[in-house]
Design a protein around this ligand. Sequence first.
Ligand SMILES: *[C@@H]1O[C@H](CO)[C@@H](O)[C@H](O)[C@H]1NC(C)=O
Length: 380
Amino acid sequence: MKASSVVFGVALLLAAVSVRAVVSEAELQENTAKGLRLISLEEGVDPVWKTEDDKLALKRARVNFFDVTEVYDPKTPIIVHPDSFAPAVTYPAPSHQSAVKAIIANVSLANIQTYLSGLTAFNNRYYKSQTGVDATNWILKTAGDIAAAYPASQATVTKFTHSWIQSSIIARIPGTMPGGPITILGAHMDSINLNSPTSGRAPGADDDGSGSVNLLEAFRLLLAAGFRPTTPVEFHWYSGEEAGLLGSQAIAKSYKASGTQVKAMMQLDMTAYVKPGTTEVIALMPDYVDAGLNTFLGSLITAYSRLPFVTSPKCGYACSDHASWYNQGYPTCLPFEARYGDDNPVIHTSSDTVSVSGFSWSHTLEYTKIAVAFAYELGI
Ligand SMILES: *[C@@H]1O[C@H](CO)[C@@H](O)[C@H](O)[C@H]1NC(C)=O
């Protein structure tokens, strides 16, 4: 496994040097000025230029992609870094069960419901709409108020601004060992109505209001418990996921460029739907994740959740923000609401609300518990 991935990595590097068509800096500038976007549709295949309308057509056809226009580097044109670039990290078995169980015993469904009703109240959270900006400011304020309520934590909540109007948000609990590798929990705060992105109603209750509020409540629980990690823990709410993983790519690239170490990254994207007639499970995504981290995640679920975990069918290329971190060589995982294919069928429409048949508060509650356990066990 190890040897073959090294060989694969070398092969990819050689391919990059010898045959791949690199998009030049001049071409990047010229096409970007025309409003074109550079889109990566497949691993190992050169990205292609598309219009904004083409991007929407791809989304409507349920084709996922990275919009790499702002992160593409002609000097390192490989989009997906080979596995062998990932830092060798081993994850110990969960070992703080009494502390973690005491924290998750305080999880508040009422808080989760209040947070989600706040987020879904915006007409949409589209990354280029004013209500999308308002939603980001709402997360900034909500997470900021949590941090302010527990000043001893020294937690900070900041905007990560982008070239488009909606920012991503980063809440950080500093480590007592400040330079230590960061544990990252991510979700995306934007939503989209594929029929009418800018002005259409997109409550995005499940996609990805659910993951976003799991993170808010986990952040609150940890601060309320006086959690002081050894290594930093960060909660990220990404902008522009629905437009080609824009926010997470920008942040992952900047962390990589500054040499920031990441211990593990867990993405929560859709955690509230159980298809009627199916057995309730937590489904671990098998692709664009770290196998060791997935094993650790399974052990966390066994220790701290009432639900069993299963391995999901693959979600494919560029399916959520974890892939942006994977591409930079960081270890990632994605516990999903259901086996891929049994997930919420009404996302990206005005119907993605809490009243859809199959929407489950008790299901999404489990992912808040996993988020607390992930942050605690890795950060302590
Ligand atoms: C749980 O909540 C109670 C009531 O707010 C608080 O006194 C207690 O410290 C909390 N426990 C933990 C571990 O956070």
